[in-house]
Design a protein around this ligand. Structure first.
Ligand SMILES: O=C(O)CCC(=O)C(=O)O
Ligand SMILES: [Fe+2]
Length: 255
């Protein structure tokens, strides 16, 4: 149960709710990562230790999708994958999230009182592709307002994420992802966003994973639209549907 202090006006402080929510969900995500470490044949605290999650980053994103008069003409959030390791999502109404499965976007039916857990870009990098990031999008509807809350657990900004050496083999499984600081990864993602400050700013171009054995941290240019050493993750989805104007998202970073 959450016990929260009330402000003098009787309201509950958002910062307290969000930090309490993040604290609890961090525990859930770290617990899940123990199982994921083991499923990779690694020791249960491997990911936690390797990425120093004791001092990790959390991003709490709130998305508000008001009813859209012509939902077939607009998109809530275009297809993208999330940075970070694991994403715990809750929503107030079922039926807005679609994930890519076998090349097609399929509707997700969430269970009541449960988290929807997606795997993010950095789990794909760390696991050397054994876990794939989940490409997903949010659609809008004509009747109800949908709100979703996504908590991402990620390493600290200065942590370099690269494939776990234990999972690599120079012949059968050579490194396909380059190591990169989480901060640089985020900057790279942001530099690919042409518009900032609105829902469109969250439209991420499909360059979400930096791969390439020839990569060294010096041969990409931040703030440049062309990043020669990156290879776009092969999305079979291309979606040019415009984002619905009144969709609002807000991101809080906690370190
Ligand atoms: O609203 C949703 O279901 C998805 C939200 C999302 O993908 C995000 O915040 O990154
Ligand atoms: Fe997302």
């Amino acid at each position: 149960m959450l016990r929260l202090r009330r402000s003098s006006s009787g309201g509950i402080f958002l910062s307290e709710i969000s930090s309490e929510y993040c604290k609890r969900t961090r525990e859930v995500a770290r617990e899940l990562l123990k199982g994921i470490s083991e499923s990779l044949g690694l020791e249960e605290h491997y990911i936690d230790n390797a990425l120093k999650l004791e001092k990790g980053t959390q991003v709490l994103v709130g998305n508000l999708y008001p009813p859209c008069p012509q939902p077939q003409l607009a998109m809530g959030l275009p297809p993208h994958s999330d940075h970070g390791l694991l994403i715990l999502l809750i929503e107030n109404a079922n039926g807005g999230l679609q994930i890519q499965h076998r090349g097609k976007l399929v509707q997700v039916k969430s269970l009541p009182n449960s988290f929807l857990v997606n795997t993010g870009d950095h789990l794909e990098i760390l696991s050397s592709g054994k876990y794939k990031n989940v490409v997903h999008r949010a659609i809008v509807n004509g009747k109800t307002t949908r709100i979703s809350l996504a908590m991402t657990l990620a390493p600290s900004f200065g942590t370099v994420v690269s494939p776990a050496p234990e999972l690599l083999n120079s012949e059968s499984n050579p490194p396909a992802y380059s190591g990169m600081k989480y901060r640089d990864y985020l900057e790279l993602q942001q530099s690919n966003n042409s518009t900032k400050g609105s829902a469109v700013a969250r439209k991420r171009l499909p360059i979400t994973i930096v791969r390439g054995v020839n990569h060294s941290p010096n041969n990409y240019k931040l703030n440049s639209a062309t990043i020669p050493i990156t290879r776009a993750l092969e999305f079979s989805v291309s979606d040019s549907t415009p984002t619905h104007d009144s969709v609002q998202t807000c991101q809080i970073f906690l370190q």
